[in-house]
Design a protein around this ligand. Structure first.
Ligand code: F6R
Ligand code: ZN
Length: 193
């Protein structure tokens, strides 16, 4: 029989978030090369190192047939005019999908596959977004409050961060004239030449 304590402990507290399961925290210093405006990023880091997001999951065994689920909390804010975002990743087992459910706040989910097909999907409270197999995904907080998301995916999917860390996504989500604007990522074009 598998050990079920991890499922029970998390399921009971999911509505409020749980303090018992450790959060993985990502501070700006850990993703400073991912934002387009390097100067703005350095300026912030000279004064402070803000928490950009944190997430936790229940530590499900990374096995075929097991689902892993958890919560991400993405803070509101910008680096230059680019909204706070997660690192984003492909799944190592590329053809695995995922579901995100926005619990509170508002933002976007950036999707992009290896062939360059991409889409930005708005996330609003209590709306779910499907991440199709083969698509890298990054969440972006375009609102003024914490963007809180529930996620679930096959526990053996694995995470490939390197592809996005080196190439980036083809598009950025920015604020222009107080409006949210999706623009081409010049750094991606340079990296792919
Ligand atoms: C899991 C998943 C999410 C993210 C989390 C943090 O496959 O997509 O749980 O892991 O939102 O984002 P990353 O992993 O991009 O730092
Ligand atoms: Zn994922």
């Amino acid at each position: 029989m598998p050990e079920l304590d991890w499922i029970k402990g998390f399921a009971l507290k999911m509505g409020e978030g749980t303090e018992e399961i450790p959060w993985t925290e990502r501070y700006l210093s850990r993703m400073k090369n991912m934002y387009a405006d390097g100067d703005a990023c350095r300026e912030i880091l000279e004064k402070q190192d803000p928490l950009i997001y944190r997430f936790h999951e229940l530590g499900a065994p990374e096995e075929d047939g097991v689902l892993s689920f958890g919560i991400t909390e993405l803070m509101p804010g910008k680096v230059g005019n680019e909204y706070y975002m997660t690192k984003g990743h492909f799944h190592k087992k590329l053809m695995t999908s995922e579901i995100y459910l926005c619990l509170s706040g508002s933002g976007m989910l950036m999707l992009e596959n290896m062939e360059g097909d991409w889409k930005v999907i708005p996330m609003k409270e209590m709306e779910a977004v499907y991440v199709p197999a083969g698509y890298a995904h990054r969440s972006i907080n375009t609102g003024n409050e914490v963007l809180r998301m529930f996620f679930v995916y096959g526990a053996d999917a694995g995470h490939d961060y390197n592809t996005i860390e080196t190439k980036g996504f083809r598009h950025l989500v920015t604020e222009q004239d107080k409006e949210t604007a999706v623009i081409e990522n010049p750094a991606w074009q340079a990296a792919s030449e």
